[in-house]
Ligand binder design. Structure first.
Ligand code: ADP
Ligand code: ADP
Ligand code: MG
Length: 658
């Protein structure tokens, strides 16, 4: 039995594997690159070792460095997660040579399946149905000739491919050369191998895969299917089980084929056999992923099993106690992958610091597997998947509803994500009907990337009220309208914001304590602030109450409510207080830790003077005075953890006026 396991990965999958280990009483070792020193997975493990610089080749892909960590930490086994070295048979062999157990299939099976050409050859020999195509790398001339023979459309794939990279659909001969050339370039860049192969493109097909699990004693079972037909750039973004497309009969046949594939390659541990399912029910093998899959929680939720624990037990040599006929599936599970990317811009990854991460907690049968937290930096070095959200319910409609609800609840701010895009998919009638195929996303792209409209006025009103609340404007001194806003005595005070590409001016009139009329353009509402706390404000707009999360980062305010998220930028600075006539407080703009207080009580300060150094979002922020005055009271000290809006320092009117 293992006492200590090294997790040779990062992000949500590392966190997830650590959780399983802890539940089994296995100590965990994390490893990190320089970009990940403060990453979530690192803090979750019992111990953590630096690997090297940020680039994957010098860290998470460096076999010698990883084995060195395993040796120093005394780990008996390595879990590779997915991506990185998980399907690298050289790594699996190097582990064996170093006397560390690789938690995964035998290297021989990985070698057979690691290349799509070799996999095709092996499956041909085993008599598994495959789409017409080539089982070996082709020269440019051979490829054109084969394409003409099997008939367009065809699919070009990178032999060494994965994650949808190096794939092109070619509809006609005239497009072939250009497509092959760009696929080759992409494959060379991603996998260091430009070998291509060709398959008949099955139109109107679904991606249906089977989870398989085997032990070292020849026992092999499948744990049903996952339908992963919702893909962008040929990579899955929503997965579910059961597949709406399978009859019990088809499920049985495909399950048997999956087991036949696994037997033919001497498989053990967890793996996935991927099939393409044509519109008339014919299915074809596409590949085996020789690792734990991103979407494995879907299977866990319908079977009640923990695949990572099973992987570990099998690697320890324990025989599987599962019998195929006794494995049952219950209800419906659905997963959505949350990526830092811009669906409206060809799904290009986006980077930045997560200004707010809040996910629903305490909902039964809802799982949020996240690799990030508030303050996490999303860089350019690794895969931009942030989290997975998985919902289980007794039937498909209920699971769809629950997953959409959960995605609506999640606040992920500070960078672009596909959150709204995922919600739109879940609400699309073609998706809810279950009758979709792999062309769903490209076909409906325009509908799916359309932005949510119409909530900007409320968002700027929320930020204005939040500002009125957090800036205090001299508590007790200015109970209602800050006079400095009255640049014209016949007009209500206003604050200028930009949201998306629009500029909005929000006017407000104070009617009493926490009671306002707010308006912008032709939108107008009575707004009462009901409660206010760190990072959140509850407001009743025209007798309808909502709670908003508000997170501040410089001039940006991130507002989230169930009806959506907005980034609101403040355009005009608060004018300095004229003549030092009122009090002011310096508040924390975001969650953080006080590094140093730079002033003393009684000290004179001028507007712009630094007051406090705060560490927030992994960066140092200097909080400055906004008026000339004297430090009345210091409410924090170095080391304190502060919440957004918390008052750090009270500044009073200048002493000479007293
Ligand atoms: P699945 O078949 O489980 O859905 P994908 O094909 O989407 O898996 O790829 C699994 C994940 O691993 C993806 O997020 C992908 O971008 C990531 N990945 C694949 N190869 C690498 C690699 N070499 N380094 C880092 N991440 C990788
Ligand atoms: P990767 O290794 O990048 O995951 P796959 O071979 O699994 O590549 O293909 C990625 C996706 O492309 C599949 O999930 C499926 O949706 C689609 N696909 C693959 N082969 C075919 C085919 N012959 N016809 C139609 N679609 C296909
Ligand atoms: Mg695949």
């Amino acid at each position: 039995m293992f006492k200590k396991v090294l997790i040779a990965n990062r992000g949500e999958i590392a966190v997830r594997v650590i959780r399983a280990c802890r539940e089994m009483g296995i100590a965990t070792v994390a490893m990190f690159s320089d970009a990940d020193r403060d990453a979530l997975h690192v803090s979750h493990a019992d111990e953590a070792y630096r690997l090297g610089p940020a680039t994957a080749t010098e860290s998470y892909l460096s076999i010698p460095r990883i084995l060195d960590v395993a040796r120093r930490a005394g780990a008996q086994a390595i879990h590779p997660g997915y991506g990185f070295l998980s399907e690298n048979s050289r790594f699996a062999r190097a582990c064996a040579e170093a006397g560390v157990k690789f938690i995964g299939p035998p290297p021989t099976a990985m070698e057979l399946m690691g290349s799509k050409t070799r996999a095709r050859q092996a499956m041909q020999a085993a008599g598994v149905p495959m789409v017409p195509g080539s089982a070996r790398g082709l020269s440019a001339d051979e490829a054109v000739e084969l394409a003409a023979r099997i008939g367009f459309p065809v699919m070009i794939k990178a032999a060494a491919g994965g994650g949808g990279k190096g794939i092109r659909i070619v509809g006609a001969r005239t497009e072939f050369e250009a497509a092959a050339e760009s696929a080759r370039r992409e494959a060379e860049k991603a996998f260091g191998n430009g070998t291509l192969l060709l398959e008949k493109y099955v139109e109107g097909a679904r991606h249906v895969e089977f989870q398989i699990l085997g032990d070292a004693h020849g026992n092999l079972v499948h744990l049903f299917e996952r339908d992963c037909s919702i893909q962008r750039r040929h990579q899955k973004i929503i997965e579910e089980s059961p597949s709406p497309a399978l009859t019990p009969e088809l499920r049985r046949k495909m399950g048997e084929a999956a087991i036949a594939v696994a037997r033919a390659i001497g498989y053990s541990n967890a793996g996935t056999v991927e099939f393409i399912l044509g519109p008339s029910g014919q299915f074809y093998f596409i590949e085996v992923n020789t690792r734990l899959q991103v979407e494995h929680p879907v299977t866990e939720m319908i079977t009640g099993m923990d695949l990572v624990k099973l992987q570990i037990e099998v690697a320890e040599g324990k025989p599987l106690s599962l019998v195929q006929d006794q494995i049952t599936s219950s209800g419906h599970a659905m997963e959505a992958r949350l990526y830092a990317e811009r669906p409206g811009n060809d799904f290009l990854p986006s980077t930045g610091v997560i200004a707010d991460w809040t996910a629903p907690a305490g909902i039964d049968e809802l799982r949020v597997d996240s690799g990030v937290e508030t303050g996490s930096a999303i860089g350019i070095f690794y895969d931009p998947m942030l989290a997975k959200v998985i919902a289980w319910a007794s039937d498909r409609d209920a699971a769809v509803r629950k997953l959409a609800y959960a995605l609506n609840c999640i606040s992920v701010q500070g960078l672009n994500t596909n959150r709204e895009f995922l919600i739109k998919i879940l609400e699309h009638p073609e998706f809810t009907s279950g009758a979709y195929d792999t062309s769903f996303v490209p076909t409906h792209l325009q509908d799916l990337v359309a932005t949510f409209e119409g909530r900007e006025p409320a968002a700027v009103a929320v930020v204005a009220l939040y500002l009125l609340k957090t800036r205090q404007f001299g508590l007790g001194v200015l109970r209602d309208i800050p006079p400095n806003y009255r640049n014209n005595p016949f007009r209500d005070p206003s604050i200028k914001f930009s949201v998306r590409d629009d500029k909005l001016e929000l006017s407000y009139r104070c009617l009493g304590d926490d009671d306002y009329i707010v308006s912008t353009g032709d939108w107008r509402a009575r707004a009462r602030i009901l409660s206010f706390g760190p990072g959140s404000i509850r407001i009743e707009f025209d007798r309808v109450q909502f709670t908003y999360r508000v997170v501040e980062s410089g001039d940006d305010f991130f507002v989230h409510s169930f009806s959506g998220s907005e980034r609101v930028t403040r355009l005009d600075k608060y004018p300095a207080q004229p003549g030092g006539s009122s009090d002011e407080s310096a508040n924390s703009p975001m969650p953080g830790q006080v590094i140093k207080v730079l002033v003393q009580e009684g000290q004179d300060v001028a507007a712009g003077d630094p007051l406090v150094i705060l560490e927030a979002m992994k960066m140092e922020q200097i909080i400055r005075a906004t008026l000339d005055g004297v430090v009345h009271e210091i409410l924090v000290k170095a080391g304190d953890v502060v919440t957004p809006g918390e008052i750090l320092i009270q500044i009073g009117r200048t002493s000479q006026s007293e």
